[in-house]
Ligand binder design. Structure first.
Ligand code: DAH
Length: 350
């Protein structure tokens, strides 16, 4: 006699177990039935162990049916246990009871905000790029028109890395203090037009307080083309901020200085945080949200672009600050403490 087909054997088990269980008249008899049909040495369990050895086309069907039968046996055992009086209805398998919930992970609130920012820009045709967190002095400073003796180097209180530089011509190694160096890297590696957004971690020697952290996240943007103007920059960034914070968001472009842009501006939005904010940052009505400007001709020249032929604009923003405003979070440190009571509040958000 040949071996029965595995699927056919499953059906035999399904039928035999149903009638065996229905005939069991005591708790003890039911326990014997359980061991016989579902125990470690039962035929069903043996067959299930062999699933990985089946041909791929048989595996799915067989596995599905075997699991169905296993569950059917479990539920018949539970029903029969109630019938023979071994357990009260409540303690038995009661399928009307709500299931047991288990905790589920969620996307970190900073990642949610970063994803949302990138989503708005990619919808406008920007491409996502990235660059290294450990950077050469050249890309962090010189390539961005910040020469060694420039006072604005001090405003980026930089962590230098105590390793010999593999390319001494590009200066020392450091932890990048902004995402702007990726502008230079991308422009060096391709011809215009360029339209990128760059998310990433940045580092500064700042003391921890409700508004500062020595590591935080930025999203950088750069657009270079043959016809761009400050009006395009304002249009795109207003559209971005209204997509992110809502159509009624008030913005204000305030003249500012950045070495890598000319003219430059900082953009403020009217704060949505109440006056009960614990930090001075949270109490301000206008909150600085990003820096921007028209790419400085020196920056274009250094990467071999001709400033008479192409122009561009750039912008950079802090993800933590935006996430704080969007979610009413008043202390930046909350993002890094990994307290589940904090993180669980962001389940399912974006
Ligand atoms: N890199 C600047 C900072 O970290 C932010 C910034 C300002 C980036 C203006 C830009 C820009 O691209 O155009 O403070």
């Amino acid at each position: 006699m040949s071996e029965p087909e595995p699927l056919q054997e499953l059906e035999t088990i399904a039928e035999a177990s149903a009638s065996g269980i229905a005939q069991a008249g005591s708790t003890e008899a039911l326990e014997q039935q359980r061991v016989h049909w579902l125990g470690r040495k039962s035929r069903l369990m043996e067959m299930m162990k062999l699933i990985p050895q089946l041909a791929p086309e048989e595996r799915g069907l067989f596995g599905k049916r075997a699991n169905e039968i296993k569950r059917a046996i479990e539920s018949q055992l539970a029903d029969r246990r109630v019938a023979v009086g071994g357990v009260s209805q409540a303690a038995a398998y009661d399928r009307t009871l709500p299931g047991q919930s288990f905790s589920q992970g969620s996307v970190h609130p900073l990642t949610q905000t970063q994803d949302r920012i990138l989503e708005i820009f990619t919808a406008m045709g920007f491409e996502v790029a990235d660059g290294p967190e450990m950077e050469y002095e050249y890309y962090n400073f010189d390539g961005l028109n910040i020469p060694a003796d420039h006072p604005s180097r001090e405003s980026f209180d930089t962590f230098f890395v105590d390793l010999p530089s593999p390319e001494p011509k590009k200066g020392k190694l450091l932890l990048r203090s902004h995402t702007s160096p990726v502008q230079v890297r991308v422009m060096e590696s391709r011809k215009p037009p360029v339209r990128i957004v760059v998310p990433g971690r940045v580092y500064r020697r700042d003391a921890l307080d409700p508004g500062h952290s020595f590591m935080f996240h930025q999203v950088e943007g750069l657009l270079v083309d043959d016809k761009t103007s400050f009006a395009d920059l304002k249009g795109i960034l207003n559209l971005f901020l209204r997509s992110l914070f809502g159509p009624d968001t008030q913005t204000r472009f305030r003249p500012h200085f950045f070495p890598f842009t000319e003219p430059s501006a900082e953009i403020d939005i009217a704060s949505t945080l109440g006056s009960d904010g614990g930090s001075s940052f949270a109490r301000k009505r206008w909150v600085e949200i990003m820096g921007c400007g028209v790419v400085h001709p020196n920056v274009l020249r250094k990467v071999g672009y001709d400033p008479n032929k192409v122009q561009g604009f750039a912008f950079g923003m802090g993800v933590e600050r935006i996430a704080m405003l969007r979610n009413g979070v008043k202390d930046i440190r909350a993002f890094f403490e990994n307290d589940l009571r904090f993180l669980e509040q962001f389940q399912g958000g974006k």
